[in-house]
Design a protein around this ligand. Structure first.
Ligand SMILES: [Zn+2]
Ligand SMILES: [Zn+2]
Length: 289
């Protein structure tokens, strides 16, 4: 987004640098997280290609106290909350196009966070669409001067991926709900867990859930916008041993730190530590599928 975090607010501490007139924000008294960003044009031509990451979301020096006191973990959560307003559908569309690039009988090995492992076929994937009734957290992202996105102020559609013959649910984007939206093991930025764990998670992010639809595809035909990113994701996956990326946030190299026991790489120790509780189940001896 190439925007810099100016201020954060919650129900108990309102914005101080901006007089926000948005009723959905000002009228809500229950749990809410708000983020104001300034759109800042790249300072140098080379900045244009900087990846959007939690680490380049801040300006230095940080003047606003609401931002200055954030921990790295909080900054990262905010990064995903701010980007996640319609993230679930985007992720599903991207995954759908990614799988389209492989034969239907390609095998997928999946390990859920409780340690269960299963092998399935790409053709067994299905998309579960649901409505989260009474989301428990509202998030508001304002990129000054004009963009405003609100998530969780009313019942909201959500989509995840499942596999017909196996018990795993993949939720690529529930970080709109802050920490409750993270994976249970480690602090992964997506969720891959058993159905029963996933149902428990839904209770933490909404009052109730109504399942609306199970389908093979979320878009009936190819969506041109996603063909390129899907091809890029495939190339990254296939070149993962020579051109690595961070095993926690997905950020690109080249100065990544290697796990001492396997080929996995990380931006830094913070990301390595965050991923470890999950990664240790895969580390050393993990075979590629
Ligand atoms: Zn990282
Ligand atoms: Zn490792």
């Amino acid at each position: 987004m190439h925007a810099k975090l100016r201020e954060v607010a919650s129900a108990s501490s309102p914005f101080k640098t901006v007089a926000l007139q948005e009723p959905a924000w000002t009228n809500r008294t229950a749990l809410k997280d708000g983020f104001i960003f300034d759109k800042i044009p790249p300072q140098k031509a080379s900045d244009k290609n900087d990846p959007d990451l939690p680490s380049n979301m801040l300006v230095t020096p940080i003047r606003n106290p609401s931002v200055r006191n954030l921990t790295p973990k909080q900054i990262e959560t905010i990064y995903w909350q701010a980007r996640g307003h319609d993230g679930c559908f985007k992720c599903i569309v991207l995954l759908q196009h990614f799988f389209d690039l492989y034969p239907e009988d390609v095998q997928i090995r999946v390990r859920t966070s409780d340690g269960a492992e299963f092998t399935t076929l790409a053709s067994s994937r299905c998309i579960l669409e649901m409505t989260l009734l009474g989301p428990k957290l509202m998030t508001m992202l304002c990129i000054l001067p004009t963009q405003l996105y609100i998530t969780g102020d009313e019942d909201m559609p959500h989509a995840v991926m499942g596999f017909a013959d196996s018990p795993g649910i993949l939720d690529m984007a529930s970080l709109q709900f802050g920490d409750a939206g993270r994976g249970v093991v480690g602090r992964s930025t997506f969720v891959l867990e058993s159905r029963s764990d996933y149902v428990n998670r839904l209770n933490r992010i909404a009052n109730s859930t109504s399942f609306t639809k199970t389908s093979a595809r979320i878009r009936p035909c190819a969506d041109d916008l996603w063909l390129k990113p899907a091809a890029k994701a495939k190339a990254r996956w296939e070149n993962r041993h020579t051109a690595s990326w961070c095993g926690h946030c997905g950020g690109p190299g080249p100065e990544l730190k290697k796990c001492s026991k396997c080929q996995d790489t990380y931006c830094d120790e913070v990301h390595q530590r965050a991923a470890w509780p999950f990664h240790k189940k895969f580390c050393a001896g993990m075979k590629d599928v």
